[in-house]
Design a protein. Structure first.
Length: 139
């Protein structure tokens, strides 16, 4: 990398916004041509031949995997249906009452709840700041 001082100290290189394309062409024509190192082309060609000679990757056996996935989806779907079917009948018989806490336990649980809330808000703000900074793989 070059800094601004190095760029402006070379002959013919100015930061003049009025440079025309003829001046730029003249400067570029006076530069010597870039040549790759002696082993560059041979190393690239060797890599190309190695890549071409490599065997093809083994394809994923979708014909064997799809029936298993369909079977698993069917079992989970059947289980969800049965859970809802049996749960609807039992839902009418459930009497929900709030749990009774003693006075000695109520105050520490309230404090623990506030601490948990503060930790959760801190964690969410940390995740949000990482997302805004553009990092990936948050967790």
């Amino acid at each position: 990398m070059t800094n601004d001082h190095e760029m402006t100290s070379e002959p013919g290189m100015t930061s003049d916004p009025g440079m025309t394309s003829e001046k730029i062409d003249r400067i570029l024509a006076s530069e010597e041509a870039l040549m790759p190192s002696s082993g560059f082309l041979s190393s690239i060609m060797e890599r190309l031949h190695d890549e071409a000679a490599a065997p093809k990757p083994i394809p994923f056996p979708w014909k064997r995997a799809v029936p298993g996935m369909v079977l698993a989806a069917g079992i989970f779907g059947w289980g969800a249906f049965e859970l809802v079917r049996h749960g609807m009948g039992a839902a009418g018989r459930i009497a929900i009452s709030p749990p009774h806490l003693s006075a000695a336990l109520e105050r520490p649980l309230e404090q623990a709840g506030w601490v948990a809330l503060a930790l959760g808000v801190s964690w969410l703000s940390w995740l949000f700041s990482r997302m805004m900074a553009g990092r990936s793989g948050l967790l």
